[in-house]
Design a protein around this ligand. Structure first.
Ligand code: SF4
Length: 93
């Protein structure tokens, strides 16, 4: 989390599904372990309740979120509070 008054960072998982030869992330973090959508939404809701309006979802392999638990990022995305207005949620590694 960065500044709860303006923005925050929510980690959505650890590790990755890749095996890129130049990268030690897979060795350091292990295979993809996606956090549950409920936990992610709850953390976004918590930050939003603190006044955060710019929230970034992050992890080592954001685009692969959910592939290890049979979910997809749009499913998680649909539960986020940004549709209530005033909150910007983005994702990046
Ligand atoms: S973190 Fe990215 S660059 Fe590194 S092994 Fe995974 S997919 Fe490849």
């Amino acid at each position: 989390m960065t500044d709860p008054h303006t923005g925050g960072v929510v980690q959505i998982g650890t590790g990755c599904l890749g095996s890129c030869g130049y990268c030690v992330t897979r060795l350091a973090r292990g295979p993809l372990k996606s956090f549950s959508a409920d936990a992610i939404v709850a953390e976004v809701e918590r930050l939003a309740a603190l006044g955060a309006y710019e929230i970034q979802l992050t992890g080592q392999d954001v685009s692969a979120w959910g592939m290890d638990i049979g979910r997809t990022l749009p499913i998680c995305w649909s539960g986020l509070p940004m549709r209530r207005g005033g909150i910007s949620v983005s994702a990046s590694a």
